[in-house]
Design a protein around this ligand. Sequence first.
Ligand code: FAD
Ligand code: SF4
Length: 546
Amino acid sequence: MTPTVRKADPPTQRSALRIILGDQLSLDIAALADLDRERDTVLMMEVEEEGSYVRHHKQKLVLVLAAMRHFARSLQALGIRVEYIRLDDPDNTGALPSEILRAAARLRPDRIIVTEPGEWRVQTLLEDAASLTGLPVELRADDRFFASRARFAAWARGRRGWRMEHFYREMRREHAILMEGDSPAGGEWNYDAANRQRLPKAMSAPTRLRFAPDALTREVMALVEQRFGDHFGSIAEFGWPVTRTDALLALQDFITAGLPCFGDYQDAMRAGAPFLYHSLLSPALNVGLLSPREVCHAAEEAWNAGKAPLNAVEGFVRQILGWREYVRGVYWTWMPEYAERNALQADRRLPEFYWTGETSMRCLREVIADTARHAYSHHIQRLMVTGNFALLAGVVPREIERWYLAVYADAFEWVEMPNTLGMAVFADGGQMASKPYAASGAYINRMSDFCSGCVYDVSLKTGPKACPFNYLYWAFLIRNRERLSANPRLAMPYRTLAAWTRERELAILAEADAFLDSLAGAPPIAGAPPIAGASLVSGPLIAGAN
Ligand SMILES: Cc1cc2nc3c(=O)[nH]c(=O)nc-3n(C[C@H](O)[C@H](O)[C@H](O)COP(=O)(O)OP(=O)(O)OC[C@H]3O[C@@H](n4cnc5c(N)ncnc54)[C@H](O)[C@@H]3O)c2cc1C
Ligand code: SF4
């Protein structure tokens, strides 16, 4: 159920406190519309609680705080009064509701205006603030998204099975993106089949535009090291855009250096090349420095100008107009109960190597090392390496979910949680994905060069040298037979299993369990209730590593 926030009276000549949260850094955000420069004040707050409710990657903290400080400057340059609470202000109480209360007592506004927050947790904090101050709060819809929460609810109402593809087609029509009249551009809605190529050995990865931190960002980096120095990841190579100007340059870099090959190599992975042709735009999009509309239009224009092929442009647009909007709808429809889903009754703790990167499995080692270094992995690294392993190993969904929320610069719960619970570990039992994204080592070998330098042999199914993904895959299918064997998309592997003897199955289960039990920090917690909240997440161990 969505918590209610009291609606304000229609605007009059009174003064308003306009709150801008750390992921609302857009000049055209709803909370700033009709701002009265004479009477209104914008309130922006850096608070300890937001920095530490999970142990966010230090680059994520730098991204949000540096982007907030730059944004405040650009508001001030427009003559807008900004009340900016810094993390190190001596009077900072460290939490959003109490900071809103303090600001309301100082500034004495008649009302508070805020754009609906991205996360459920923050919405409840705003409710607390509303009752603390006693002021009317006007909660405005976040119209930076293509589909409002109400629009998604209207699409979902009465549907038995939700599929992203159906929603996506409706969005294409509604927003006239990649359309030729009433038909999809090029005649097909989806060019995914063309988008699964391995990166040829001879092809080198493009150099991507990164941004050297300016003085203000360096100041934030020092603050983050000082206040959150034991959090996961390294700050040394911070290169994310933190201003609107740089975010537009990043978009331009993607359109020229990434988009033309984005489709073909969207699923490819290569050791030492974490970015490839991906856009790297999610951090800027998620804090509001770029809008999903302008990003989709830039890609469409590149296609119109003959600078990028349709399979790339459609593939990119689908991620934004389709997946990004869809997961937001899923999140707001099913929260807060969604956070506790565990359809497969997974019961193993998150292995310690997710924090340290210390594992002999090369694919995981490479992806986790890049995550620590850049606060970034592309989609297939998240879904088919770290996500796939957590799925096959039966990691408690809430533990892997908190990990994803902590380790990426773009991680905000509304987009991270459905991707993790729904897509990566099938914790919602199929509401997001039509089948679990479970795969053996063969998939990773097909899409990457990781296996060639691994101590394990991807072609071996059992034995000490066998790739763990292989026996874990079959053990996963055996363990979940009752829940999954009726799924038509898993008919083939279950047909294969049907020919196995019970002894063979037991041997695979024993090998998988022995391997998982050997991993530090990964005991099963059989019989334990679903894990809620961040408190059980073990502390990150490689602060500053890599
Ligand atoms: C387990 C898991 C956790 C994830 N957590 C996050 C997260 O916290 N924040 C986040 O923004 N994305 C998340 N994603 C989705 C996706 O992996 C990232 O958006 C993408 O990797 C960001 O890199 P990019 O900007 O280079 O994306 P590109 O590959 O260039 O894609 C373009 C854009 O499309 C959007 N997009 C792509 N895939 C998805 C998706 N599945 N869901 C929503 N939007 C998508 C992003 O805005 C992205 O910037 C997650 C995926 C998985 C499997
Ligand atoms: S052999 Fe297995 S563990 Fe090693 S890199 Fe390949 S998939 Fe990963």
